[in-house]
Design a protein around this ligand. Structure first.
Ligand code: SAM
Length: 262
């Protein structure tokens, strides 16, 4: 994220590539160590670009690859702590009950109704929330009242739609069909929408370093925030443009950088 100045992001919302996910990213990384290496390097740069006191959110999950389960959530947490962040919270994102994309592992018990055959079907992901130090709440007192009110959290949604809980029930983006995000493991708009409202102010800058189809930037624009997005796959530019195309008041700048080969 060399283009970004130190402390210039007020919030990060992202979902890093799911480690060698069988449908979306098979064989993307040589091995798990290479994946953790990417997160390590990234976490240090993130610590640099995030403003003091601010929050970084990861939507991620443990991965089952060829029958081996990789503890991505625990390892991401450890890496972020090592980079200097505080662990603030973990919210569990629960998808609708009928959503099982990879395999119905629970079916084994139906075939063999005996102990030791149980593997649950996965319908959740983790939203990990980290913080760079502590937020200085006197910042709110110094803000002009009207400006602060623009960032007021809608309490009807907060209470009525379960934002206040550590479990969020949100329908996922369906992997098939004629969607703009086809081929990208996109998260639903509702996730960045809530996180942006809960952890940033109007006019702040929101960063998504693994931009994918551009969902975070779209929501940042709709909510009156600026944003930075980084995406390695230049082929997604058209999809991102299409997604952002209808956003009112949107103004985008593109920086294209050749991938550095190690
Ligand atoms: C899970 S997807 C993000 C989806 C996104 N949240 C959305 O709603 O569309 C992860 C993205 O990270 C990208 N990516 C992988 N390695 C990257 C890197 N080193 N730098 C930037 N983007 C990378 C992948 O190409 C992929 O588009």
């Amino acid at each position: 994220m060399v283009e970004m100045a130190d402390g210039s992001a007020n919030l990060m919302v992202t979902s890093p590539p799911y480690y060698n996910a069988p449908f979306d990213y098979p064989g993307l990384f040589k091995d798990y160590d290479e994946y953790l290496g990417l997160l390590e390097d990234f976490s240090r740069d993130l610590f640099r670009v995030l403003a003091p006191g601010r929050v970084a959110c990861f939507v991620t999950d443990d991965m089952l690859v060829d029958g081996v389960k990789f503890p991505v959530v625990a390892d991401t947490t450890r890496i972020m702590l090592r980079a200097g962040f505080r662990y603030r919270d973990r919210i569990t994102w629960v998808k609708p009950k009928g959503y099982v994309r990879i395999s119905r592992r629970s079916g084994l018990v139906l075939q063999h109704p005996y102990p030791m055959y149980f593997y649950p079907d996965n319908i959740q992901e983790s939203i990990l929330v980290f913080q760079k130090g502590r937020f200085d709440y006197s910042f709110l007192k110094k803000m002009p009242r009207e400006e602060l009110e623009e960032s007021r959290i809608p309490l009807d949604e907060y209470n009525g739609q379960g934002w206040a809980l550590s479990v969020w029930n949100i329908t996922n983006v369906l992997p098939l069909g004629d969607r703009v995000e086809r081929g990208v493991a996109a998260f639903p708009e509702e996730i960045p929408r809530r996180l942006i409202k809960l952890f940033s102010f109007v006019g702040d800058t929101v960063l998504d370093p693994f931009l994918g189809s551009g969902t975070t930037t779209k929501m940042a624009m709709e909510l009156g925030r600026n944003s930075w997005g980084f995406e390695k796959d230049a082929g997604l530019r058209r999809i991102i443009q299409k997604k952002l195309g209808n956003t009112p008041g949107a103004r985008t700048e593109w920086i294209t950088r050749k991938a550095r080969m190690n």
